[in-house]
Design a protein around this ligand. Sequence first.
Ligand code: PGA
Length: 249
Amino acid sequence: MRRKLAAGNWKMNGTAASLTELEALKSSLPTNAPDVVICPPAPLLYRATQAAKETGIQIGAQDCHMQESGAFTGDVSASMIADTGATHVIVGHSERRDAHEERDRDVRKKAKTAWAAGLTAIICIGETLEDHEANNTLDIIAGQLAGSLPSAVTPTNTVIAYEPIWAIGTGKVPTLEQIVEVHDFIRERLTSRYGTEIADMIPLLYGGSVKPDNAATIFKAANVDGALVGGASLKAADFAPIITALSQS
Ligand code: PGA
């Protein structure tokens, strides 16, 4: 059985006071809760790992530098992230690809640096609205998978998040059929590159406007093993019902 994962991406939101949400989340989790990872902004990582102790919630970062250390003012390395007690790092989020001009090649390097520090990389891919409307989604996804995934992917070092850019923060969500199509396609591509044994066990997340009222529908897709949630992960009251829907899927 593949592990299910609910990951929350707080983006550039939250201060130390927000960490009370972790305790609130713990008390509203179902007994058979899937893996839960919260990714707060970097300055909160250490405090978040402390606040998450005994909650079963894991902590992740939202990005890391592709180099292990050096003269990169303002950047954060994967080993620094691991040193805070965090276990995961998101790489290649579309907001990074867009605002920081990150390319597939950079994302691949970041994933490898994350692994070297012992972190699980949550590698994001997804097409623009333009590509979606031009029916280019599968081509874009194939290219991003080929370019962003290193060759040593395993089910423990990698999670893949499919996030159509036009669905992020917009309230627009692909139909269940579209989600099924893309996730099935991703699984097929992983199988042809890494073989069934590895591909079958890699968790695939859907991300983009996942909310308490659409989560159960999205989790019907056989190759959706969880969600990467932005806005609805900030408050335990919103994230908990999404996690419950995942546990029931
Ligand atoms: P959203 O963000 O849930 O607010 O759409 C998802 C993401 O960017 O990971």
